[in-house]
Structures are given as C-alpha cells and as structure tokens.
Ligand binder design. Structure first.
Ligand code: BGC
Length: 267
C-alpha cells in the first residue's frame, strides 16, 4: 500500500519567532556568473530565511553587483556579519580576477570594504568554490570541490583546512582549453549534454590523478545534468552549501586568512 498521507504543511514562523535561533547571524551571499543569491544563517549555518536570488546584472560592474546585493538584503532579516563567495581569485578581500564578471572592472576592488561600507557590518570574502567546499566537506583527508556552472570553480582541503587559490578554471585541460572553456556553461551549450558528460568523466579522472583526492565533491547548477553513475569517492554537493558554507568564514581558524599581512622588519 502506498503512503497517501498528505505532506504536512510547512511551519509558518510567527513574527518574533526568528530570534529563537542562536546568533550571531550571518548574511551569506553567493555571487555567481548567472545569479546572485543570499540568505541569513544562524550560528550553526542553518538558514533562518528562504534564499533570495536575482540575475547577475550585465555589465556586472562592482557598482551594479553591490546594488543587486542591496536589493536582496532588503528582503532578508537583520544580521550581525557578512560572508560572500566571489567567482574569481580574491585575496584578503581584494579581487584579482573575475573571469565571468569582467576582470577589467574588478581587478584591485576591495570587495570586503565595498560590502562593509554599503551594508554596515563586518565582512569576509572568499572564492565561491572555497565557500561551497566549506559547506560540503567532511573534514577528513584530501577533499576537492569542483563547481559546474558558468565557470568551473575548484577548491582543495586537507583535513578540513583550506589550501586556497586553486584556479583550475583558468588551467588548461585539453588542446589549450581551460576547464572553464572545456566544461563551463558555454561549452555545455555548444557541445550539448552528451559531449559535456563525456568531458566531465574525463576531467574527474584528470583531477583524481592531479590531487589524489579521498573525496571529490561536485557542486554548482549543472550537477543536475550529470547522466552517469558517479565513480568511486565522487559525490554530489547541494547547491545551498554555497550559502551555508559562509558561516565557516567566521571560524577563528580563518582569522589569519583575513588579517592584513604583518610588515617584515628590516634587518
Ligand atoms: C573562476 C573561479 C570561480 C569559478 C566559478 C572560474 O571562472 O576562475 O575562480 O571559482 O569560475 O565561479
């Protein structure tokens, strides 16, 4: 007999119910090549509001993206601090590259300061695949994250510690093509899902040889298009982890990542 019991209705939070969740509250933002998403997390990384999203503005200048984020924040509950995942190489809050937004417009921009000034709370920013990884990993052994979207994000962890700035997206994988050009959205559109799946299979084995991962997590919007049985030690990550991973940026173990470098004393 099949279970015909209707699904229980989702609980409706009464006004004033939210503060029961434990703070501090983190506004978590995922800046992507096609969408900007945001929500607010409690101390443990649980969403206290539904995720809100908007199409990434074009041209995706810093000003336009900050404006889009401010629009999303207006729909969300209050927060104490901010975390953001950015689709490029970013170090101590300063953007170096933004392949799918426009490096020319972004290079040198202090995204942490831009967000902090606009939204008035302390801010930490990391690469988007690093943030997704922080939401997805188990903390055991070598874990690699690949995100399959407009561009290809990559992150590497050892026993839960982030080895930052791995940019496979900009690294050649085949015939002079970078992972972005080989597996990103444009390639998927151009080659179709069958060829794209074939390429992904090859890429998984190349990344296995490159990193000797214990676990590979596959995230990003295009994970839903995978049509083959995943090989050993390869798992799907949930998209929401690009948001929930944001809470981890405030772990004390990350303080050094965001501290200004100390000046070396001259001898
Ligand atoms: C960038 C990465 C980013 C990825 C996903 C690539 O084009 O090089 O830094 O993580 O896209 O957004």
């Amino acid at each position: 007999m099949t279970d015909q019991t209707p699904a229980a209705p989702l609980p409706v939070l009464k006004p004033g119910a939210i503060p029961v969740a434990p703070g501090p509250f983190t506004l978590a933002i995922d800046i992507g090549g096609s969408h900007v998403k945001a929500s607010v997390l409690d101390r443990d990384g649980t969403l206290i509001a539904r995720e809100v999203r908007v199409a990434t503005p074009r041209p995706a200048t810093p000003r336009a993206v900050l404006q889009a984020i401010a629009g999303l924040v207006a729909e969300l509950p209050p927060y104490d601090r901010i975390s953001a995942g950015f689709p490029g190489y970013i170090r101590r809050g300063r953007v170096a590259t933004a392949p799918n937004l426009g490096t020319k417009a972004w290079a040198g921009f202090r995204l942490d300061q831009g967000l902090q000034k606009r939204l008035k709370k302390p801010t930490r920013v990391l690469n988007d695949a690093d943030v997704q990884g922080l939401g997805a990993i188990s903390g055991h052994g070598i874990e690699v994250v690949l995100t399959l979207g407009t561009g290809i994000g990559s992150a590497l962890f050892h026993d839960g510690a982030l080895m930052p700035h791995l940019e496979l997206g900009q690294h050649p994988i085949a015939k002079g093509k970078t992972y972005d050009r080989y597996l990103g959205n444009a390639a998927l559109k151009h080659k179709g899902p069958k060829r794209w799946n074939h390429r992904l299979k090859k890429a998984i084995e190349i990344v296995r040889t490159l990193t000797n991962f214990d676990t590979l997590h596959l995230g990003g919007g295009n994970v839903r298009l995978i049509d083959f049985h995943l090989p050993p030690h390869v798992k799907r990550a949930a998209n929401i982890e690009g948001i929930t991973g944001g809470v981890r940026l405030w772990d004390p173990s990350f303080d050094a990542f965001f501290a200004e470098p100390r000046r070396r004393k001259r001898r």
